[in-house]
Design a protein around this ligand. Structure first.
Ligand code: SAH
Length: 457
């Protein structure tokens, strides 16, 4: 049997040498790494070994023998345990440096571009209470409906009412909705047996408009007294302009199902970004930190340095937020997006803002781009804003075939972004500016905007 330098349940004293990209402290015993929650670089800690794996182990802090000067007090340790705010024990200034360093690391190691300097992360003045959306599981605990968040790497619900990083009006609304459901004797979902009824409460609240949408995710379509409940939710929470039932019958981690029914109100909320109005429906993607999204878009727009004659592509467009923010500065905007509800929103949003030079299409970016290339659409600037898995090679090839002067890449995953930047480089696009923006304070998530430009050959 292979020998490891530590054994399960053993307690050791260790010095933390690094912070993983998931925010875990790393200590090494004879070269064997141990990942430890709630431990920061340079700290000396007494650790109990929880798990010994083939290449690395996990440990739990029993005592902090020497705290880091960068440590700050966490009011409620459930915020660390659940992964709601896994970096909240680190001073905010250092969180911003940590994110800049994450991006620098992948540019050096993955993209092999050590010569590029990543700019300091643009952070928030008040880095909490920012989330405009909550997706909260509903379970039964001690015979009552409970709301909270899962313990990390598990589906065990930890009851929480103050989520710290969420809009406090959303925190309050979750409790109100939960109590209404309790009064109506609604059954909580049981994940183990795929039984019961109420799976999740999803709430969105417009940062500027304060309009609220409540989505009740249920296991079955039949919702006894659903409309009555929706009306009571509106009566007790007058900001609620829409209550939607979403049906998800599957045994799955995916929160929303396909089928939807409006139980009360208009079926969407309206909010603003950079002075433009946006309809947002339940299934559409919308950035969760409105203020920092404005900082992000402003930076992206500044880097793009648009001209009135420019044709622009807004790829992975969502509800059209990026394209419609710039449409009045350019000649035409083309956008594509896979979720048809989001494309409906994007088209509505164009009308809502009296924009008639934007065309939005339902389709997969990697299919639509080569098609547009064939149709001789010749963009001067392409914005891309893909999900975590990044871009497809077909997409990158088609984008470069169109020979835009600039490509602005907005990324929520530095690792796939770094991979993609090398592919763009092979096709003649250099990385000029790399700017992280903190959209997710107190968490380890990193958002980055990158400007690439074409080298004339
Ligand atoms: N630019 C928007 C949305 C960004 S999120 C904003 O800032 O709000 C990424 C979006 O890409 C999501 O709306 C998702 O539905 C969409 N998407 C995911 N895979 C896609 C694909 N293969 N092609 C096109 N869009 C896709």
């Amino acid at each position: 049997m292979k020998q490891y330098p530590v054994t399960k349940n053993q307690q050791i004293e260790a010095t933390i040498i690094d912070l993983s990209h998931e925010g875990m402290g790393i200590a090494k015993v004879d070269g064997y790494p141990i990942f430890i929650e709630n431990a920061l670089p340079e700290e000396e800690v007494r650790v109990k070994i929880l798990k010994v794996g083939n290449k690395f182990g996990f440990g739990k802090v029993m005592e902090i023998l020497k705290p880091s000067p960068d440590r700050q007090t966490v009011e409620n340790e459930d915020l660390l345990r659940t992964g709601i705010a896994p970096l909240s024990h680190l001073r905010y200034e250092k969180q911003l440096e940590f994110k800049q360093q994450q991006v620098q690391n992948v540019l050096t190691k993955v993209a092999k571009m050590p010569e590029i300097t990543v700019l300091p992360t643009l952070g928030m003045e008040a880095p909490y209470a920012y989330r405009n959306k909550a997706q909260i599981p509903v379970r039964k605990i001690d015979g009552q409906l409970a709301t909270g968040f899962y313990r990390k790497n598990s589906h065990q619900l930890v009851p929480i009412e103050d989520f710290f990083i969420q809009d406090p009006a959303i925190d309050a609304a979750i409790v109100t909705v939960r109590n209404i459901l309790q009064r109506f004797n609604i059954k909580a979902y049981n994940e183990e047996f795929n039984e019961g009824f109420m799976r999740h409460i999803v709430i969105r609240r417009g940062h500027y408009s304060h309009e609220m949408m409540v989505v009740l995710v249920t296991r079955k379509a039949k919702f006894f007294k659903g409309k009555e409940i929706a009306q009571v939710i509106h009566d007790e929470l007058p900001e609620v302009v829409s209550v939607v039932q979403n049906v998800n019958e599957e045994k799955t981690n995916v929160i929303l199902g396909k089928e939807e029914k409006v139980l009360f109100g208009k079926g969407y909320i309206e909010d603003e970004l950079l002075g433009k109005k946006f309809h947002i429906s339940a299934k559409s993607f919308y950035q969760v930190n409105t203020k920092q999204t404005e900082v992000l878009y402003q930076k992206a727009i500044e880097l793009a340095d648009l001209k009135a004659t420019d044709v622009v592509i807004d790829a992975y467009a969502g509800i059209g937020t990026i394209g419609l923010s710039i449409a009045d500065k350019v000649d035409h905007v083309y956008g594509m997006e896979t979720i048809s509800e989001a494309v409906d929103d994007a088209r509505d949003n164009a009308k809502l803002n009296a924009i008639d030079n934007a065309t939005y299409l339902v389709g997969r970016a990697e299919k639509v781009m080569p098609q547009w290339a064939k149709e001789d659409i010749a963009p001067n600037v392409i914005f891309v804003d893909p999900p975590r898995k990044g871009l497809d090679q077909t997409f990158i090839q088609a984008a470069c075939d169109m020979k835009p002067e600039k490509i602005v890449y907005i990324s929520c995953n530095p690792a796939t972004m770094a991979r993609d930047l090398t592919h763009f480089a092979e096709l003649g696009y250099t990385t000029d500016t790399v700017q992280p923006v903190d959209l997710f304070p107190q968490t380890t998530h990193v958002e980055t905007v990158v400007l690439m430009s074409r080298i004339e050959k």
